[in-house]
Design a protein around this ligand. Structure first.
Ligand SMILES: Nc1ncnc2c1ncn2[C@@H]1O[C@H](COP(=O)(O)OP(=O)(O)OP(=O)(O)O)[C@@H](O)[C@H]1O
Ligand SMILES: [Mg+2]
Length: 349
């Protein structure tokens, strides 16, 4: 898919903007603080309704305004779709989002925050695999939200020392939805593993063995009964701590490079490259699942990489339909569409 055009009103540092990117690699350069990441965020919000930078709607409208709007044309081989989204401040001060999504719009984002997939807490890796699974399977996100509600309810009952018969219906829901989530995460990780084995060596130009594995406290089991049994075993500890201690909200990914845990290996540049490889490894499975290629948003993805690796990254990303790559410094990239982001606007370079 491609973004044919985006219009913004009062979004972050943009008062009004109309931008028509090219259906290939768009290179956006500009000094710090000029709005490069703001533009990538706007593209992601246009496509998916969600920001990769914040979960608070009120962060995105330009400071001091009561409403912001995004619109644009999304293109794929079968036709064009116009989408529009608005953010509005309600009388009680809360922000409300409205607008239609597009069922085939997908975006894969790489940014500085992705370093946490390798060196951050398990939550960062769960967030990564859930984001990927949600791009593959539309039912994943609603199930995840439902699961979180079930865990919250269950935690409150544990804290209130509720008897077993009150916990039981929640245990069953947790086991059923939990297994559903774990099944999709495992399938997503398997797809990722296959592509990563190709992408990481292609980026480094060296032979490496990269391994991503889903790590669940209940091991390889796939039946809700296994999760129920694990809950029963953990019951005493759960009641002591007032917390649900087993389930997909406690699982993790193990990421290894040449047999060494990713958290322990290498320089920051190497960790960034592996994080970028994880994002690029999403592209093919998402394309196959959706039937059209996702848009790639790569925020400052080439910094800290040496020139040979940069060339490999550029070669790899040219295989996708449309890419937005930002950089604070001018880059010499043949056949990219070049744009300068400055002072609240975007101009062809
Ligand atoms: N809600 C908002 N309203 C108005 N301005 C905002 C809002 N949120 C952020 N900004 C401004 O946007 C600017 C940051 O833009 P952005 O993060 O896109 O910069 P950038 O070009 O990506 O810079 P860098 O090269 O440092 O990454 C800052 O000057 C910030 O003050
Ligand atoms: Mg930025």
């Amino acid at each position: 898919m491609q973004i044919g055009c985006i219009q913004l009103q009062e979004f972050r540092s943009y008062r009004v903007l109309t931008y028509r990117p090219e259906p290939r690699l768009n290179l956006l350069t500009g000094r710090n603080g000029q709005g490069k990441t703001n533009l990538l965020e706007a593209l992601a919000v246009l496509l998916t309704g969600r920001s990769f930078r914040t979960s608070r709607l009120g962060d995105m409208p330009r400071w001091g305004v009561d409403a912001a709007a995004l619109g644009g044309d999304l293109l794929r081989a079968e036709g064009t779709r116009t989408v529009r989204r608005t953010l509005r401040k309600l009388e009680n001060g809360a922000w409300h989002a409205s607008g239609d999504g597009c069922p085939w719009a997908r975006v894969i984002v790489f940014g500085w925050q992705d370093l946490a997939i390798l060196n951050g807490p398990p939550q960062a890796r769960r967030g990564f695999v859930d984001g990927f699974a949600a791009r593959l399977y539309p039912s994943h996100l609603p199930a995840l939200l439902r699961y979180r509600q079930v865990v919250d309810r269950r935690n409150r009952l544990l804290q209130a020392r509720a008897p077993d018969e009150r916990l039981q219906p929640w245990d069953e829901q947790l086991a059923a939805i939990g297994m559903e989530l774990m099944g999709r995460r495992r399938r997503a990780v398997a797809a990722l593993q296959t592509e990563l084995g190709r992408v990481y060596p292609a980026l480094t130009g060296e032979r490496h063995k990269v391994q991503v594995e889903y790590r669940a406290a209940i091991g390889e089991a796939t039946e809700p009964a296994a999760l129920l049994a694990a809950l029963a075993r953990a019951r005493a500890a759960e009641q002591r701590r007032g917390l649900t201690l087993v389930g997909p909200h406690r699982d993790d990914l193990a990421i290894e490079l040449d047999g060494v845990d990713a958290r322990a290996f290498g320089s920051r540049g190497q960790q960034r490259l592996l994080a970028l490889a994880l994002r690029l490894a999403e592209v093919l499975p998402v394309t196959e699942a959706v039937g059209t290629a996702p848009v790639l948003l790569l925020d400052d993805a080439l910094s800290e990489l040496d020139p040979g690796v940069r060339d490999n990254v550029l070669r790899e990303i040219r295989a996708t339909e449309q890419v937005f790559l930002t950089s604070p410094e001018p880059l010499d990239v043949a056949d990219a569409a070049r744009w300068v982001v400055e002072g609240g606007g975007i101009a062809a370079a």
